[in-house]
Design a protein around this ligand. Structure first.
Ligand SMILES: C[S@@+](CC[C@H](N)C(=O)[O-])C[C@H]1O[C@@H](n2cnc3c(N)ncnc32)[C@H](O)[C@@H]1O
Length: 352
C-alpha cells in the first residue's frame, strides 16, 4: 500500500485501515493485491463508555456517507465498557441511528445479513475506531476462476512475494508452481499490475464521497512508481494438469507474455542465466505424495540454487525435517499461515 502512496495502519493480520482521500482509497481497494480487508477510517480515540460513545458517533455525518443504504456494524476487540463484539456493534449502530434522528431524517435499514455497506468498529480500552469496510468483506476473491487441488489464496501468495522482496529482480522462478498462483502474484506485483477487482462487485460506488469517481478507470491504475516492469516469470511442475492450470492462471491475469510454464520435474530443471533471480516456491509437504518423493524433491530444490550466487530462495515450509533436506542455511524467516496451518517462509541468500 505504501507503493501506492497510502499510509496503512495494520489492524490485525490482513486487515488494514487507511484514511486516504477517496480517490487513493478507491485505487487501493480496486488494485492492492495483499490486504484481505481495507477499512476507510472515519474516527479514532472515541470514548468506549456507551453513554459517551453514542453522542460522539452522532457527530459523524453518516447521512452523507451511508445515505439510505442498508447497513450493518461489524465490531472486534473489547474493553471493560464494551465486553463483547455484539454489544459494541449495537452501541455503534445506535450512534449511527442517533445521527439520523438528530437531523430529523428517517433511519436507514439495519441489515445484519448481506448489508449494502458495512461499518467497521475496532474497540480497545478508551479507544473506539470506526470506519467503513470498502470491500464489504474479504477481498481475497478476485474472480480469477481458480481451480486446483492446493491453491494458495491470492492475497496470501501476494504477501509471500512481498516478504520475499521483489526489489531488483528480473526473474522469478517457481519450480513447484501448481496452479501458478504464487508465480502470477509475484510477477504481477513486481510489474505493478493492479488486482483488477470489479467495482460493480464492491460497495464502494454506494458511498457518498466515492460517487463522483470513475471507478472503472481507477481500477486499471497500478501503484506508483509502476514497479519493475521488466520482471519475467518461469514456472515448472511435473504434473501436466498443474502446468495447464498455471498457464490458464497467467493468461487470465494478462501475464502470459511475462511468464512461461514448463512441465519439468525439479530434479532436471535448469535455472536460466540471471544475476539476481528469485526462486519463490511452495513445495509439496507430503500430504499427497510419498514421503521419499517429497524428500527427494526438497533435496533437488537445494541443489538447484546452491551454485547460483546472487540468487535468493524463498520457500514455504511447514516441516523442519524437509527444510533440512535443502542443505542450506537460512538468512531469515517469517512466520506465516497457509490456511489453518502455521508455516515459515524461509529466505536463503545464496552467496559465492
Ligand atoms: C503445494 S503444491 C504447489 C501449490 C501452488 N503454490 C499453488 O498455489 O497452486 C506442490 C506442487 O509440486 C508439484 N510437484 C511435486 N513433486 C514435484 C517434482 N519432483 N518436480 C516438480 N513438481 C513437483 C505438484 O505437482 C504440485 O503441483
Amino acid at each position: 500500500m505504501r507503493a501506492w502512496g497510502g499510509a496503512p495502519r495494520i489492524l490485525r493480520p490482513g486487515r488494514v485501515a487507511c484514511d486516504a482521500p477517496p480517490r487513493l482509497a478507491a485505487r487501493l481497494v480496486l488494485g492492492a493485491r495483499t490486504p484481505s480487508r481495507i477499512v476507510w477510517q472515519l474516527a479514532q480515540r472515541l470514548p468506549d463508555r456507551p453513554r459517551e460513545l453514542v453522542p460522539a458517533l452522532a457527530e459523524i455525518p453518516w447521512e452523507k456517507l451511508l445515505g439510505r443504504h442498508a447497513f450493518a456494524v461489524r465490531a472486534s476487540g473489547r474493553s471493560p465498557e464494551l465486553r463483547h463484539s455484539g454489544h459494541a456493534a449495537r452501541v455503534v449502530k445506535d450512534g449511527v441511528v442517533a445521527r439520523y434522528r438528530a437531523r430529523g431524517l428517517a433511519r436507514p435499514e439495519v441489515r445484519p445479513r448481506a448489508p449494502e455497506l458495512l461499518v467497521d468498529a475496532q474497540v480497545a480500552p478508551g479507544d473506539v475506531r470506526v470506519g467503513i469496510d470498502l470491500g464489504g468483506g474479504s477481498l481475497h476473491r478476485r474472480g480469477t476462476g481458480r481451480r486446483g487441488r492446493a491453491p494458495l489464496r491470492e492475497d496470501v501468495a501476494a504477501g509471500l512475494a512481498l516478504l520475499a522482496d521483489l526489489a531488483g529482480r528480473r526473474l522469478v522462478v517457481d519450480p513447484f508452481c501448481g496452479t501458478g498462483t504464487l508465480l502470477a502474484e509475484a510477477v504481477a506485483l513486481a510489474a505493478g499490475v493492479p488486482a483488477g477487482r470489479d467495482p460493480r462487485a464492491l460497495p464502494l460506488a454506494r458511498l457518498g464521497p466515492f460517487a463522483g469517481l470513475d471507478l472503472a478507470a481507477l481500477g486499471t491504475e497500478g501503484p506508483e512508481p509502476a514497479g519493475l516492469a521488466q520482471v519475467r516469470g518461469l514456472g515448472a511442475d511435473d504434473d501436466p494438469d498443474a502446468v495447464r492450470e498455471a498457464r490458464a492462471t497467467l493468461a487470465r491475469l494478462g501475464l502470459a507474455g511475462r511468464a512461461r510454464v514448463e512441465r519439468t520435474p525439479v530434479e532436471t530443471l535448469a535455472l536460466p542465466d540471471d544475476e539476481r533471480g528469485l526462486v519463490l516456491t511452495n513445495p509439496p509437504w507430503g500430504r499427497r505424495l510419498a514421503a521419499t518423493d517429497v524428500e527427494r524433491a526438497w533435496a533437488a530444490l537445494g541443489r538447484l540454487v546452491r551454485r547460483r550466487p546472487g540468487w535468493t530462495l524463498a520457500v514455504v515450509s511447514g516441516d523442519p525435517a524437509l527444510t533440512r533436506r535443502l542443505g542450506l542455511r537460512a538468512s531469515r524467516h517469517h512466520a506465516v499461515r497457509i490456511g489453518a496451518v502455521g508455516a515459515r517462509l524461509l529466505i536463503y541468500e545464496i552467496d559465492g
